[in-house]
Each structure stands twice: as C-alpha cells, then as structure tokens.
Design a protein around this ligand. Sequence first.
Ligand SMILES: O=C(O)CCC(=O)C(=O)O
Ligand SMILES: [Fe+2]
Length: 282
Amino acid sequence: MSPSSDAQEYRDYGLESLRNASQSSLRTKLKIFTDVETPYAEFDTEDSPDSLFDEISPAATSSLPAMLHAPPIPGLFFTPSLLLPVQLADDVTHFCLDNYFNRPGVNQIMLFGVASSSNAGAPLSGLPPVLTTLLSTVSSLLEPTLPPEIHALLFPPNPTRARQAILNLYHPGEGIIPHVDLLRRFGDGIVGVSFGSSCVMEFARVDKAADDAAAPLQLFLPERSIIVLSGDARYAWTHGIEKRTADLVADAGVHRVVQRGVRLSITFRWLLPGADVVGQDD
Ligand SMILES: O=C(O)CCC(=O)C(=O)O
Ligand SMILES: [Fe+2]
C-alpha cells in the first residue's frame, strides 16, 4: 500500500476518534528535541495525533489468547527469544523513568536524534548515550534475524534522516488505540522495544474488506523483546494495545493469564523530510 494523506489516514484508520479521545484527556507530553549542538526542551500540552493513550479502564483479559510468535503479516519481524540483555534494559528503564517520567501525568516523551552533517559515518547523535547504546545493541541483535534490506532500512551505515524515539509509559489498564503511525511524518522501518512488562499488541487490517480482515491478530510482547514493523505491517495494518490489566496467552496449547505491570516502550521511527520542524504537528 502506498502512503496517502493524513486526512485519509484519519478517515480510514479511525484516527479522528483517536484525536477526540486524546482531546478529552489532555495529557502532558514532554517533547525534547535533542541535538548535540543545541539541546533544548519544549513542553507541549497541545493535542496531537501522537497522543494515543487511553484513560484507565481496567478490564480482565480478552477472550482470544495471544500468540507467542509473529503473526503472518508481511514486514512484521518478531523473534520471541530475542531479548535485550537484562542490564541494558534496566539501565534504559531507570534512565528514562528518572529523567523523563519524573513528573506526574507525563506518559509520553519524544526525543529526536540527527545525523551529524560534519561526520557522515558517526552514529546518529543527539539521543542520550543510553539510547544510542540501545540502538546499536538492537541493531546487533536483529542483524542475524532480519533480511539484510530490512536491517539496512532500520540501521543504515550513514543515516541521512532524523530519528525519533517515542517513549510511552503504560500503567496496567492503559493501552493505545489501533492506529497506523502517521504517514506524512514517519518513514518506513519502525522498531519498538518493551521494558518492564509484557503486553499484547493487536494488529488489524486497514482494508476491512481484505480476506484476512476478520479478527485482529494478537501478539504477546515480553519485556525486553523487540518488534519491527515495515512494509505492509507498517502501512496496511493497524497496531494497538487494548486497555487491560492482564493478557491471555496461548503457550504450547495452555492458556496463561499474564498480569501487566508498568510498561515502558521505546519506538524508533525515521522522520520524513520536513517533519523534523519544531512545533509542526500536522
Ligand atoms: O507501546 C508500544 O509498543 C507502541 C507505541 C506506538 O505504537 C506508538 O507510539 O505509535
Ligand atoms: Fe504506533
């Protein structure tokens, strides 16, 4: 599927109601544009399509158990056994909680890293060192499991685009409405890491008339796991997380209930040209 305008995106993917949901519950977002030369922070309480969180509405589990393995969605890559080292996951979690989620009500942070124009070979800079370490570890972990072109899409040797890291903090009972990441703002190749708690991510066809549009596919994301969305998984399927306090998982034929704890996710996305202008919110 080729990217279309955001207007169509809202119509087709239900993001209008997502916007409304976030308007009724303005949450404080801290938007930090990081750049080695000119770091600064901007507090932003405006609504934007990045505010996808739901209010707490605890429910039990869904009736359908989630899978432990990647559902057959082209461009979705997930290896359940591929986990970040515990020490790095702890370091990232503590750094983020201490530095970004240390004020009440903040549950979403956006950080931006840019390629250094003077040193094309340097890693993307501007992100805090713990996140550049995270990126390089994720790159090494994923390399043997991903098709080379997908690895190169996510981790090009000489990045030319700015990278956004969006940090989302979920308490049990919170979720994120099914959505396609903004088409005009973000490019192809998205990588997400879970910290602190597992959750179940649901995928649904954007095209409701498609043969496989019947029921959303549910994937269990353990803490420290890594998920990659590209191609159809990025453009032709929505992803979301149900507001639940626990998830039902099918594990070798046995159904398990997995309680949710506080989950931090870090999602890296490429900003499209022009989308890195400060304050531009579509
Ligand atoms: O929490 C997650 O893993 C998903 C976050 C997400 O989809 C987003 O911020 O667009
Ligand atoms: Fe998303």
